[in-house]
Design a protein around this ligand. Structure first.
Ligand code: PGA
Length: 250
């Protein structure tokens, strides 16, 4: 199974900081051959980063934080999968809780985006996760099952090679409250079970990342769990040493 550490920069880093950080990641000798590093900078940096990523040592890939599911048209402010692909983008976040919460991204939107991205050979990183209220009322497995199934509504079994899931409990994102390794593993195992039930054994190969206050101190405990294949890192991905330390935590 591939090991993956993904950095979601969100809307952070000015131009000078962003270029310096990305170049440092590309040039670092601390990268290992068996870990893929995915970087999701703000969209305005993608085009210039695509040239740098080609010259990077090791496995660094460029990802986008969002996409529109239509191929073109009157959608002010949006970017299509074809446009992302032309900028060297290989991965795209879908269904991140911030997009669900602040920008009204629904399960139906997620399904459309996944389908469009796959058509353009961009790997969707599908984010699922329960709110604090849902966890406290014991509904988390139900919520996750629904989000996983809904995301794949337009996807067929042949496309599974090209998918990544990320379990990001909403209560752990940016809060400093990480899920324990056991809490995370329990949900990851559940996601895998749901995928295998619907799509067969082949789906057991889909990487499932953990996200939500994952950092250089807790990554090792999380990544040692059998169903946790890496991390989707927000805050800690903005610091070079933290990001690379996390990538060394397998
Ligand atoms: P965090 O964010 O690591 O800052 O909690 C994770 C994410 O939102 O992907």
């Amino acid at each position: 199974m591939k090991k993956i550490v993904a950095g979601n920069w969100k809307m952070n880093l000015n131009k000078t900081e962003a270029i310096a950080h990305f170049e440092a990641i590309c040039q670092s000798e601390r990268k290992t051959a068996d870990v893929d590093l995915l970087v999701f900078p703000p969209a305005c940096y993608l085009l210039s980063f695509s040239e740098k990523v080609e010259k990077a040592s090791g496995n660094v890939f460029l990802g986008a934080q969002n996409v529109h599911y239509k191929n073109n048209g009157a959608f002010t402010g949006e970017i299509s999968a074809e446009m992302l692909s032309a900028m060297g983008v290989k991965f795209c976040l879908v269904g991140h809780s911030e997009r669900r919460q602040y920008f009204g991204e629904t399960d139906a939107d997620v399904a459309e985006k996944v389908s469009t991205l796959l058509q353009h050979k961009i790997t969707p990183v599908i984010c699922v996760g329960e709110s604090l209220e849902e966890r406290e009322s014991g509904k988390h497995f139900e919520v996750i099952t629904q989000q996983v199934n809904a995301a794949l509504e337009h996807t067929n079994v042949k496309q599974l090679d090209n998918l990544i899931f990320a379990y990001e409990p909403v209560w752990a994102i940016g809060t400093g409250k990480t899920a324990t390794a056991e809490q995370a593993e329990e949900v990851h195992a559940h996601v895998r079970k749901v995928l295998v039930k619907d799509y067969g054994e082949k789906a057991a190969q889909i990487p499932i990342l953990y996200g939500g206050s994952c950092n250089a101190s807790n990554a090792e405990g999380l990544f040692s769990q059998p169903n946790i294949n890496g991390g989707l890192i927000g805050g800690a991905s903005l610091k070079l040493d933290d990001f690379l330390s996390i990538s060394e935590s397998f």
